[in-house]
Each structure stands twice: as C-alpha cells, then as structure tokens.
Design a binder for this molecule. Sequence first.
Ligand SMILES: *Cc1c(COP(=O)(O)O)cnc(C)c1O
Length: 233
Amino acid sequence: MVAKNVAFCRGRIEAAAKNVGRMPSDIALVVVTKSVSLPLIREALDAGCAHIGESKLQEALLKYGVLSAYARDKGLRLVWHMVGHLQSNKVKDAVRIFDMIHSVDSVRLARQIDKEALELGKIQDILLEVKTSPETTKSGFCPEDVCGAVKEMAALKNISVKGLMTIAPPVDKAEKARPYFSMLRKLRDEIDQSPVLFPLPILSMGMTDDYEIAVEEGSTIVRIGRGIFGERL
Ligand SMILES: *Cc1c(COP(=O)(O)O)cnc(C)c1O
C-alpha cells in the first residue's frame, strides 16, 4: 500500500511539474512519518524514499538509529528533516540528527542552532518558516520580517539559510492554497534580488491536500504524510 501511494504521489508531482515546465527531479519528496509505525516507514524506505520528516524531536530520536541502520543496509543514506516547532531545550539533539531544520521561526532560535552546530563542528542547514496566512496559529516569521532576519543570520557561521517554508491554512479546495504558495515564492524572489544576501534556492511547501498546487508555484520540497501512510491515528 505504501509503495503504491509513493508511486501515486511521485506521479502527481511529476505531472504538476510538467504542467508548468519544471523538472520533476527538482522537487524532493519528504515523507512525514510522525505517529507512523516503523514497519510502515520501512515500506517507504523500500520504495526508495530517503527524505524523512518528523515534527517531534522525542519521536525522531526513537526512530533515528533503527531507521538509519535499516537504510544503511540497503545502501540508502537517509536525509532527516525537522518540520515541527523546535523548542530551545531540544536544539542540541535536533542539530545532532537533522540534516535540515525547516521550522526556524526566530533569530534567537537560529543563534541557538548556530551555537550547538559550532560545538558539533557542523554547518546546519535551515529554512525560515513564514506565516503566509493570519488564520494559521502556527509559528513563523511575518513576511515583512523575513528579509531582516536573513540578514542578521548571515553573521552566523555555523548555520546556512537555504530557503523558506510555509504551511498553508486548511482550505476546502487545494486551489485556494495557491495564493499562500505564490506569496512565499515572491518573498523568496525579492530576498534573492537583494545583492548583499546569498541565494535561497529551497521552498518547502505543499502537504497531502495541496502539494500539486505548491509544485506549480515553485515548491522544491513537498512534505507528505497522510497521502503516503493514510490517516494518522
Ligand atoms: C504533519 C505535517 C506534514 C504532513 O501533513 P499531511 O497532511 O499528513 O501530508 C507536513 N508538514 C508539517 C509541518 C507537518 O506538521
């Protein structure tokens, strides 16, 4: 079942990319494994998924060792994505296991990540989470604050800001999520035009209900949970 869902999602990502003249290979599929059992996650790895997304650090720590070992035996190197809100007291462990932290929502958190990354001798890739809609109660930067935050973070040598992430509000039709995704892309384009900054190639946007629209709007990472594993218990 999982393999079939993975193939189905990949097919739809590919079709959405082709609709707008994009290369399907420019879009990474992160399988979001929160509250999903190990056997089901192994099925996703068997289907070739290497990008794992978790939203709770405690849960990720429980799965990290066993899944990394399973993947290694198959010659697969997993890429771990933290997609949920990160609390300050969990930063050290997060920096230890995650390749990419999608949910950086303050300069203060970026500083803490930078400090822990320095201690571990790592450059931590991060994305800045942006609140593209007032109705989501989720954390994130207000769009008007993102450029300034990116500038401040440029001074932090052990983090690398790779792009932006957003969660669209729940809508009854996927099409209605489009303005939030295009807003994120435009914001990224504006920041990229500012000559003092480094480029932000990554846009992490699109979930089970809206990933095709997100791909049409320029997403480079879609984060899919239910569309692959079914409804969460
Ligand atoms: C749970 C979650 C997802 C996946 O959501 P689905 O609707 O199951 O695809 C993606 N991104 C974040 C930040 C999440 O918390």
